[in-house]
Design a protein around this ligand. Structure first.
Ligand SMILES: Nc1nc2c(c(=O)[nH]1)N[C@H]1C(S)=C(S)[C@@H](COP(=O)(O)O)O[C@H]1N2
Ligand SMILES: [Mo]
Length: 262
């Protein structure tokens, strides 16, 4: 009898000891993480500022991290959740034309067009179609889906948006949460989350079925973002901008889902 109660008491004591030890360990870990975070912040705070240039003012280690962002984006998003692709032979030759908001201007000319990029720092960059065509070309044959209920296997080609951002060293731009796209006349506009924008299958397309885009399909340059419904695939890009808040979006304003993901 005595033995039994002794044993119980011993067991209780050992549980109590264990709890104490665990609390101690948790507290230790908590303190270590806290101290580490503070030390990290202090290290960054005391680190030298880079020489102010186009991208002036960031702490050197931060800039180093930003310069790694190509790798970051590629590793983070690369080849994960790729949409299904098809052989060229399956691509439609009569490609559907959906709505034409913002691309019916009589006065518009492909010859005087240039893509306007509004940088995060407020500066403006103008990029010609020739410059875009000089970048690595990516082809994509996938099932294009419109929210209205139709889909079609289509063949597009252009420069991947992530390659475009890399080419112009736009790490700072890509650090934003959204990209905004608008037609040259501003009548159709789309907001796109950065994750989808830098997806390896998102392209600034200038060809369809190996031919330059026709006006109906968004000449001279349109967005092809296969992880989204058709509404986000803006035809005839005039301006491209970056922000941390949601850019205006034509169909979201009409009540459609802003994200419109597939
Ligand atoms: N400028 C512009 N882009 C647009 C649209 C539009 O009306 N204007 N419609 C969107 C919709 S709803 C779809 S389904 C696709 C259709 O592209 P397509 O006409 O090349 O098939 O374009 C998208 N991009
Ligand atoms: Mo659509």
């Amino acid at each position: 009898m005595n033995d039994q109660s002794d044993q119980n008491q011993q067991a209780e004591l050992s549980v109590e000891r264990q709890i104490k030890r665990r609390t101690f360990i948790s507290f230790g870990i908590f303190t270590a993480i806290g101290t580490g975070a503070f030390a990290g912040w202090k290290w960054l705070y005391n680190s030298p500022k880079e020489v102010t240039t186009v991208t002036g003012g960031a702490r050197v280690p931060l800039r180093r991290a930003l310069n790694q962002s190509e790798l970051f984006f590629r590793n983070f998003f690369s080849n994960k959740h790729l949409v299904k692709t098809y052989p060229k032979s399956m691509a439609a030759t009569k490609v559907r034309i959906n709505s034409m908001i913002g691309i019916e201007d009589e006065g518009f000319s492909v010859n005087t067009w240039a893509l306007k990029v509004k940088n995060a720092d407020g500066s403006l960059l103008s990029v010609s179609l020739e410059q875009i065509k000089a970048m690595p070309k990516t082809e994509l044959i996938f099932d294009f889906k419109c929210v209205e209920g139709w889909d079609q296997i289509q063949h597009w080609a252009g420069v991947r948006l992530i390659d475009f951002l890399d080419h112009y060293k736009m790490e700072e731009n890509a650090g934003n949460k959204y990209i905004g796209l608008e037609t040259p006349n501003g009548e159709y506009y789309v907001g796109l989350d950065m994750e989808s924008a830098v997806h390896p299958q998102t392209i600034l397309a200038y060809e369809m079925n190996d031919q330059p885009l026709t006006n109906e399909h968004g000449a001279p340059l349109r967005l092809i973002v296969p992880v989204k419904y058709g509404i986000k695939n803006l035809k005839r890009i005039g301006t491209l901008s970056f922000s941390n808040t949601r850019p205006r979006d034509y169909w979201a304003e009409q009540g459609y889902d802003y994200y419109s993901g597939l």
